[in-house]
Design a protein around this ligand. Structure first.
Ligand code: AVJ
Length: 331
């Protein structure tokens, strides 16, 4: 019998095991560093996915609504820009999540009889299964192949599935979760995986009123705090650790000089935590650096594109001017 999962290229059990080993290695290394840090990609287990859904629904978190505004109201512009001369293409989405935004584009392309296949890539197989069922129901006739795993491993797999030209979506401002050098390295690697003429659509959260930015990551209801603390809970669940979640507090900071919005967890006491034999000591007030959400100016984006082998063809911005989807062509 064909199940929904048949369409997902699942990573093998061995690779699953090595993902868990990687998590353990990264956590131990990050908490052994000075200052202590954890990687924001590990926010997204099943509970983290749910908390991020709640973040996107919060009044303070404008990013998703702004980019949705772009995909709802500028669909034709986006479609025209990526359709080019009408040659068939693969529409690959890195970190597709529930594809709420891109589904406006997908529907439009199907209605226009454009020849393309949708290939969502996500680290969360859980999310991909939900997405696959949803899109099958909502957009009949959409060719879809879900790819579960790391962006570049799966991007490579996608280029083996077909030799068609690629349009790669990297939305949501996910690029902002990288430090500056990481973002550069990421775009360079992305450029290596595509051919000249291929297109990248990248979402950037723009620099704006600093208070507006801080509020989006420092919500009064404490959902962002719970999202951060869930990573400690996940480490407890998956790595046999014993974090006392109640003795850490979320602290958020935005620096308008650099455009970096950063989150931290601060230890409320002197305390020790064990992670499978390793003991980690926290001093009272010591922090764990959790995440950067970098904000950009149009000039910052230009510099990034040009340094990594891309040219900006167009920037599509929401009506408030808060968020932009930048269209790059590889050269
Ligand atoms: C998923 C990277 C776009 O940085 O805005 C939201 C993640 N972290 N609130 C962001 C996040 C805290 C989010 N991105």
């Amino acid at each position: 019998m064909m199940t929904q999962a048949d369409k997902t290229l699942h990573i093998s059990a061995m690779e699953q095991g090595s993902i868990k080993d990687q998590f353990k290695t990264d956590v131990k290394k990050g908490l052994g560093d000075t200052p202590k840090k954890l990687q924001s990609k590990y926010f997204y287990d099943a509970i983290g996915d749910g908390l991020f859904q709640q973040i996107m629904a919060m009044p303070e978190y404008y990013l998703t609504r702004c980019e949705l505004d772009i995909f709802k109201n500028r669909t034709v512009d986006l479609a025209t820009l990526i359709t080019n001369a009408g040659t068939a293409f693969d529409l690959i989405e890195l970190g597709a999540g529930d594809a709420t935004k891109s589904s406006y584009l997908l529907k439009h392309l199907i209605r226009q009889n454009i020849e393309f296949a949708y290939m969502p890539i996500d680290i969360s197989g859980n999310i991909l299964n939900v997405l696959n069922e949803k899109l099958k129901a909502d957009i009949p006739g959409l060719p879809i192949t879900c790819l579960e795993g790391d962006y570049f491993t799966m991007l490579k797999k996608a280029t083996k599935i077909s030799g068609r030209r690629k349009v790669v979506l990297f939305l949501g401002g996910n690029i902002g979760n990288m430090e500056q050098e990481e973002a550069l390295a990421f775009c360079l690697e992305l450029r290596e995986h595509v051919n000249p003429g291929d297109i990248v659509v990248m979402g950037f959260d723009l620099k704006k009123n600093p208070q507006t930015i801080l509020d989006a990551y420092n919500d009064k209801a404490g959902i962002t705090a719970a999202f951060n603390l869930n990573m400690l809970a996940r480490i407890n669940r998956e790595l046999k650790a014993n974090f006392n979640i109640d003795s850490f507090k979320h602290y958020q900071n935005y620096d308008p000089l650099t455009g970096a919005c950063r989150s931290f967890l601060i230890s409320c006491d002197d305390q020790k935590v064990s992670i499978d034999e390793k003991i980690i000591s926290f001093a009272k007030d010591e922090f764990i650096y959790m995440e950067v959400s970098q904000k950009f100016s149009q000039e910052d984006i230009q510099v990034l594109a040009n340094a990594t082998g891309f040219e900006i063809t167009c920037s599509v911005t929401d009506s408030k001017g808060w968020f932009t989807d930048s269209l790059w062509v590889a050269h």
